[in-house]
Design a protein around this ligand. Structure first.
Ligand code: NAD
Length: 262
């Protein structure tokens, strides 16, 4: 076996069906690319048809396979429709990433209820609905499946000005561990990846000069992450083979942010 074959057999994504909710976003897009290049057929699931089509074209240009399916990930009927469409088209689902999310930085005393709900729902409710829809499908498959939720370092180190976001990411980590226990004997692994700071759509307005300086001061590698730097960790956690004994794991990819104390 040459090294290429060894790596392919170590991770084993060839022909697998991977659904990426939030695949239209910056980090979700990089995870779609990584899964496709590792051999999976990727369902790019998100709100924007235009961005979905762009992602599918980018994956096809890399020689991978992908389709776009539209979803409002905080809406139960829409997530159910996504699940049914995936099963109709592919007959199974091996991997799920719950990677939707929006953010807002309103001062605490001024946060309107609708903003609070929007932010919390975009992370916590979408993750819950995604897990609820797909975990039992995976549990009924002979070879199970794997779920990767996207948390954040803010789940562990609450970040000023993003109260709803930090609280909802902490809840995503908690839910992940609870579901890892719940599905452990049903052949479904559930893990959470906690990125540090990666410039993307949802945090563009939040990363002002002062915040960037503070982040850099606490980031040993002294730079932002690049989306492709999440791929290795995600593939490990999702892989039925390389990650077969990993569940309930809460993995940071943060340039050392969470290990730094001044
Ligand atoms: N960028 C970072 O530094 C960072 C750090 C930690 C965690 N995260 C998390 O990574 C994930 C991806 O975010 P990103 O940074 O790539 O931002 P992004 O704004 O580029 O992508 C987020 C995507 O989620 C989609 N989305 C939001 N709510 C949705 C809903 N209800 N239904 C369907 N799609 C919905 C958006 O349309 C967008 O495509 C999010 O969970 C985010 O909280 C990002």
């Amino acid at each position: 076996m040459d090294s290429k074959q060894y790596l392919a057999s170590l991770f084993g994504f060839d022909g697998q069906i991977a659904v990426v909710i939030g695949g239209t976003g910056v980090l979700g897009g990089a995870l779609c690319d990584g899964l496709a290049q590792a051999g999976a057929k990727v369902v790019v699931a998100g709100r924007s048809q235009e961005r979905g089509a762009e992602r599918v074209a980018a994956i096809e240009a890399l020689g991978g396979k992908a389709v776009f399916l539209s979803v409002e990930a905080d809406n139960r009927d829409s997530v159910t429709a996504l699940k049914e469409a995936v099963l109709r088209q592919f007959g199974q689902v091996d991997c799920l990433i719950n990677g939707a999310g929006v953010n807002a930085a309103t001062p605490y005393e001024k946060i309107p209820d609708d903003e609070w709900h929007k932010v919390v729902n975009s992370s916590l409710l979408t993750t819950h609905l995604g897990c609820q829809a797909f975990a039992h499908v995976m549990a009924a498959q002979s070879d199970g499946g794997s779920i990767l939720n996207i948390g954040s370092v803010t789940a562990h180190i609450p970040l000023s000005r993003v109260f709803a976001y930090s609280a909802s990411k902490a809840a995503v980590v908690n839910l992940t561990k609870n579901l890892a226990r719940e599905y452990a004997t049903k052949n479904v692994r559930v893990n959470v990846l906690c990125p540090g700071f990666f410039p993307a759509e949802q945090n563009r307005k939040i990363l002002d000069q002062e915040r960037v300086a503070n982040i850099m001061q606490q980031t040993p590698v002294k730079r932002f992450g690049e989306p492709h730097e999440l791929v290795g960790a995600a593939l490990l956690l999702l892989s039925r083979k390389a990650g077969s004994f990993i569940t309930g794991e809460d993995m940071y990819v943060d340039g050392g942010f969470t290990s730094m104390r001044f």
